[in-house]
Design a protein around this ligand. Structure first.
Ligand SMILES: [Zn+2]
Length: 314
């Protein structure tokens, strides 16, 4: 049946308006998750830098002021720490510079270790790793480890040495499940953004590795991750988590159905040990005395100098 001209154009208007409406509602509905996705993608895609950023004299002074007087445990022998900071994805200049300086200064002041620093994959060879007691992945992202280095890393830890991960050390190994399992989780976004000050609770206030916090939860300006895949309390001992009872922290909606947002954990891996802490997005984190002491203790645990129960709680 032929429609009269007028009726036919009105029908097109109705269709056009209807389409415009549904397009708008799709856009509005998608805007929030899309922004979150964009933020997560930005964390991965900012171009990597090849030079360690310089810290200002003031920033170094603030780290020095945050250092504890002495090591928590007496090293059983002179310890060597290798800090590795390569980024193939997002580059955390502040966290890399601040964290590396804190580790160097901690070792110098307390005598707990000496520190070497590198971003070269060649330095993760079995032969070179053999010189070290602890490997620290400081904010490494999207690492493209050659197969020999993957095996060397697994052998290093399983054979009795220590691995420490700072913040984006979990933003790696998306295509290497054993690597994700080694770290105890893989980055799945950061609903708690870097501009916020968030609340943290101690899962076990009396645990020896939490002495830095004096049995109490704390607040800190940082960017906090959620984890997927290998993350499970059955595989590691969780020490610190987000405190969702704090209004500002609890208001943010994370993506996990179980609301389990762990921040720091330890585990035994073969004869060796892992310490991971997601605190350390920016340099300010390494100017906080409690966090610096927590990293000292985590490194001493990883080195095998500070005994701590790493048995999973469930
Ligand atoms: Zn970050």
């Amino acid at each position: 049946m032929r429609m009269p001209i007028l009726k036919r154009s009105s029908a097109w208007i109705v269709v056009a308006v209807g389409l415009a409406f549904s397009a708008t509602s799709i856009l509005v509905a998608a805007e929030k998750p899309k922004d979150k996705r964009k933020a997560a993608q930005a964390e991965r895609k900012r171009p990597a830098a090849e030079a360690m950023p310089e810290l200002s004299a003031e920033a170094v002074q603030k780290i020095e002021a945050a250092l504890p007087e002495r090591a928590t445990a007496k090293p059983k022998k002179p310890r060597k720490v290798l800090v590795f900071w390569r980024c193939e994805g997002f580059f955390h200049g502040g966290g890399i510079a601040g964290g590396t300086k804190a580790i160097e200064l901690l070792g110098k002041k307390t005598g707990a270790w000496t520190t070497d620093v590198t971003r070269e994959y060649a330095d993760l060879s079995a032969e070179n790793l053999a010189k070290y007691d602890v490997l620290v992945l400081n904010n490494t992202t999207r690492l493209k480890l050659p197969d020999a280095q993957k095996q060397a890393l697994l052998d290093f830890v399983q054979g009795g040495k220590g691995l420490v991960g700072i913040h984006a050390a979990t933003d790696n190994f998306y295509d290497w499940p054993e690597g994700g399992k080694l770290m105890g989780g893989v980055f799945a976004g950061h609903p708690w953004g870097g501009g916020g000050t968030w609340a943290f609770k101690l899962d076990e206030p009396d645990h020896v590795l939490l002495a830095a916090f004096g049995g109490k939860g704390f607040k800190l300006k940082d960017e906090i991750y959620q984890f997927k895949e290998a993350y499970s309390r059955a595989n590691q001992r969780v020490l610190v988590s987000l405190d969702l009872s704090d209004p500002a922290t609890g208001k943010v909606k994370g993506g996990r159905d179980d609301n389990d947002y762990a921040v720091a954990w330890i585990k035994n891996v073969g004869k060796g040990r892992l310490f991971y802490c997601s605190l350390g997005h920016d340099a300010n984190v390494f100017q906080d005395p409690a966090v610096v002491r927590f990293y000292l203790d985590g490194l001493q645990f990883a080195a095998g100098d500070l005994e701590a129960d790493a048995t999973p709680k469930k």
